[in-house]
Design a binder for this molecule. Structure first.
Ligand code: URA
Length: 209
């Protein structure tokens, strides 16, 4: 403490009037979480148990983006922890990473009633939170899981069965398009393709700096 005071004194003598201490990523994400828990920008707040920010390594190079929390996520306050989440976790582990190595988030932070797809208005109302999350974490690769994630980021309708496997550019980052794991659960013959896609995106993040 004494050391800190001495150093501040020296800086003052050198002419520094104000010193700004930069928040850590963890602090910025905590602030963002406090904000979304109070959010009333769309009607999804009326039926939520809690908003779900996302979780993972704040320094992750690879960030997964899904659609919105489901029943399990709404109850537990964590993203992708239900059946679809377990499949995603398995695919990440199969690619040689741990779930804690990556960051996992969603376009919408609140659960839509009966797990319906969030409306475009609901997606747009929530999007600034995800954009701030991306800015804080600053991953080099985004993996978009399904059509809603693609629409939210790319601002166009994407038929994921036609475009999965594509690597695109978005604001200086690489963006990889693949199925939503819930789609894979409904279409188990696509599981191999999904696992291969997750291997590719993990490799892309490894090779990208
Ligand atoms: N589906 C999503 O898109 N996100 C979750 O967090 C869980 C299921």
């Amino acid at each position: 403490m004494e050391n800190l005071e001495n150093n501040l004194k020296i800086l003052k003598e050198l002419g520094f009037e104000e010193i700004f201490v930069k928040n850590t990523k963890e602090e910025l994400l905590k602030q963002l979480n406090e904000e979304i828990q109070k959010c009333t920008k769309c009607d999804l707040h009326l039926s939520r148990t809690q908003a779900v920010l996302g979780e993972g390594n704040p320094d992750a190079k690879l960030m997964f983006i899904g659609e919105a929390p489901g029943a399990d996520e709404d109850r537990l306050g964590r993203p992708f922890v239900g059946r679809a989440g377990q499949l995603l976790t398995k695919a990440i582990q199969n690619a040689g990473l741990k779930r804690e190595d990556v960051y996992i988030a969603n376009i919408n932070k609140c659960r839509p009633p009966n797990n319906r797809t969030p409306t475009i208005e609901e997606q747009e109302a929530c999007l600034p939170y995800l954009l701030r999350q991306i800015e804080i974490i600053n991953p080099s690769v985004l993996c978009l899981l399904g059509a809603t994630a693609c629409r939210g980021i790319l601002k166009r309708e994407v038929q994921i069965t036609k475009e999965r496997g594509k690597i695109l550019e978005w604001q200086g980052k690489k963006v990889f398009l693949t199925y939503h794991p819930a789609y894979v659960l409904r279409n188990p013959k696509e599981e191999g393709t999904f696992f291969e896609d997750i291997k590719k995106v993990v490799e892309l993040a490894r090779s990208d700096g």
